[in-house]
Structures are given as structure tokens and as C-alpha cells.
Design a binder for this molecule. Structure first.
Ligand code: SF4
Length: 350
């Protein structure tokens, strides 16, 4: 397996999910796909947000940047008529001064109307913040899933199931030519669905469902497992966990979906060097992954940075030819990826 193949695999899974999710069924709802998102304690490789179509168009009124939890508190509760912000918004559980700052930030971004009445700040909503998240699907990408990777996944999936933040958890692994896929012989958690991915060389991937996942319960209370004894003869410590209430879970799901909405899965180009002369990306409708001509492999963001010893800036003459869009190939690639991401975010209804 070449270096960077896990990263390339992840991009192919994202690309496949954007085109074909849900597997083996026709698409009823638009999806937003993102990578490397989650909570402070858990980050998933690929996230698929199944969206309510009308809600997604309504969400577009708030712009392409994410709304953090403070802004969400303001826009979700902003009243239809002018009101002092302390009367209009529920107590957030932290000092009001932070709410007032969030009100100003929301107004500066054009998300709400704001005015001063005497010494009081009043607000009024411009648009109703919609309930645009239908389901959240988390996918772990393990192209070469062996026994030890399966053991590690067992603990992670147990935590996911106990917390129930996502609606489903899947494992995506590389398809083999074996009569029985090896992943089915490993000790993989039964709650997780299993997808095997046939990787095209640099083209689109094809996925097959090998195991259906158990539906989790994001609207119910969850359990956050903080520490779990390994169960060995010398470990008599107790399992530590805490309760996760449904409101906390709903807030986390909104915050994760907002970050997915902003970033999509193509934001990797921001942390790489597409302005290097060795950087390649097939500028097609369905970009798969970057490729390095100098290293002869699908490079990772870690390899493809300013400290890369083989980095060479694209020659100035490339920037004068208006290819593929003026500014040179590197700038063009970034614009291309941003345009592809934007096409997945519909325009608001007028
Ligand atoms: S040579 Fe280095 S900086 Fe240039 S594309 Fe390859 S990995 Fe990236």
C-alpha cells in the first residue's frame, strides 16, 4: 500500500457518498459530506449529513460560514418582533454579557436585525433558523482492516453506540478478491454497518453494503464513556461515564452539521500546496484526490506543506497563461474545489 493511501481512500469515500448516499436506495434528500469532524472526544473520518430539502434552502439565508453555538442560540430564538435580547432569548446557562457579544456578532454578519432602545439592545429575526438536519451518518475509513484495527474499532463503536450522537455508524474498508470479504471474519462491532469499497485507480469508487448498521437513538439520553478498564487481572478500576442529555446532543449535532456545511470535504486543499509545480488534480466534475508527480504517490496534507523538500513553486509563466483560471494552476485548483463545494449548497428561496 503506498503512502498516503488512507487519505486518498478517505477522499474517495467522501466522493462516493456525495454521489451515491444512501447505499442501495435512491436518494430522497440532499446530502452534505465532510471529513474529520466530531466532538472534542471523538472525530469521525467521514460525515454524511442527510438534509431536509426545504430546510437546507432556508439555511442558505445565513450564508456559507458556520454558525457556532453562541450564534445558534441567538438566531434560533430571535423573535419576529423587536424585543430586548434578555427578554427574547432563554437564559443560556452562562453570563449574559457573552450573549450580548453574540447578538452583536450575529448583527454584524447580517443574520439578525439589531437596534438600541435607550440603553437596551433589541433584536429581531430576519429569517427563521430551520430544522435542516434529517440524519447524521458517521463513517470510519479503514482501507486495510485487520484484527488489531477491528479490536480498536470495537471500543470506539461501543462509545458511539452508548452516546448515540450519530444516527448510524459505518465502517468503510477496501474490497478484496476473496470469496468472503476478510472484514466479515474479523471481530467487528455488530452495531456498525460495513461497506466495502472498490477503488477506481484515480476515478470514482464503488461501494457495496456487507452489513446493515443498527439504528442509534440521537433523540434519547446518551452515555458518555470516559474511561473503561481493560479488564485484565491487574485492572480493578471502575468504568467512568457521564450522562449526556438530549438537549446537549441536539446542540452538538447542530454544531457538527454547521461545521460540515461550511467546510465540506474538499477543504484539504487549504492545508496543502496546490501552487507547487508537482501538485496534480484531475479537474473533472468529480475530483478524486491530489497526486504528487515528484513523489509519485497520492500525497497527504502532512507531506504536502511548506516544509516538503521537493516543493517547487509553479513557474511564473504558468500564471500568465490563464490556465485553468487566471492566477495559475494552484489558485485555479482551489477555486475549482470551492466551486464544487458551493454547488452542493443550494441557493435560498426568495
Ligand atoms: S513536491 Fe511536496 S509540496 Fe509539491 S506536490 Fe509533492 S508533496 Fe506537495
Amino acid at each position: 500500500m503506498n503512502v498516503g493511501s488512507e487519505f486518498g481512500f478517505e477522499l474517495q469515500v467522501c466522493q462516493w457518498a456525495e454521489e451515491y448516499w444512501p447505499p442501495e436506495r435512491s436518494r430522497e434528500r440532499p446530502v452534505i459530506v465532510a471529513r474529520q469532524l466530531g466532538t472534542r472526544h471523538r472525530r469521525w473520518d467521514t460525515l454524511v449529513i442527510e438534509c431536509d430539502p426545504a430546510g437546507l434552502r432556508q439555511r442558505a439565508h445565513f450564508g456559507s460560514d458556520r454558525l457556532d453555538s453562541d450564534l445558534l442560540h441567538v438566531v434560533r430564538h430571535a423573535p419576529a418582533e423587536w424585543q430586548w435580547y434578555r427578554d427574547a432569548l432563554p437564559h443560556p446557562g452562562y453570563p449574559w454579557q457573552y450573549v450580548r457579544e453574540a447578538v452583536h456578532r450575529a448583527a454584524d454578519r447580517g443574520l439578525i436585525d439589531r437596534r438600541r432602545s435607550g440603553n437596551k439592545i433589541q433584536l429581531r429575526r430576519k429569517y427563521e433558523y430551520p430544522d435542516w438536519i434529517h440524519r447524521i451518518i458517521a463513517i470510519e475509513n479503514k482501507p486495510d482492516l485487520d484484527a488489531s484495527a477491528a479490536r480498536n474499532l470495537l471500543a470506539q463503536i461501543e462509545r458511539d453506540v452508548a452516546l448515540g450522537l450519530a444516527d448510524e455508524v459505518w465502517i468503510a474498508t477496501e474490497a478484496t478478491d476473496e470469496r468472503i470479504e476478510p472484514v466479515l471474519l474479523e471481530d467487528v462491532p455488530v452495531e456498525a454497518g460495513i461497506l466495502t469499497i472498490d477503488r477506481g485507480d484515480r476515478g470514482p469508487a464503488v461501494a457495496n453494503v456487507r452489513w446493515q448498521p443498527r439504528l442509534l437513538a440521537p433523540n434519547d439520553p446518551g452515555t458518555r464513556i470516559l474511561d473503561r478498564p481493560d479488564g485484565g487481572g491487574y485492572d480493578a478500576s471502575a468504568c467512568r461515564f457521564e450522562y449526556a442529555d438530549p438537549d446537549w446532543k441536539a446542540g452538538k449535532r447542530r454544531a457538527i452539521a454547521e461545521r460540515a456545511y461550511e467546510r465540506g470535504w474538499r477543504s484539504y486543499a487549504e492545508s496543502m500546496r496546490p501552487d507547487c509545480r508537482h501538485f496534480e488534480l484531475e479537474p473533472t466534475e468529480s475530483v478524486a484526490r491530489p497526486y504528487c508527480r515528484a513523489k509519485c504517490c497520492a500525497q497527504t496534507p502532512n507531506q504536502c506543506g511548506s516544509s516538503c523538500p521537493e516543493f517547487e513553486p509553479e513557474p511564473p509563466t504558468w500564471r500568465q497563461q490563464g490556465w485553468p483560471i487566471e492566477g495559475g494552476p494552484g489558485a485555479g485548483i482551489k477555486r475549482l474545489l470551492a466551486a464544487q463545494r458551493d454547488r452542493k449548497r443550494p441557493e435560498p428561496d426568495r
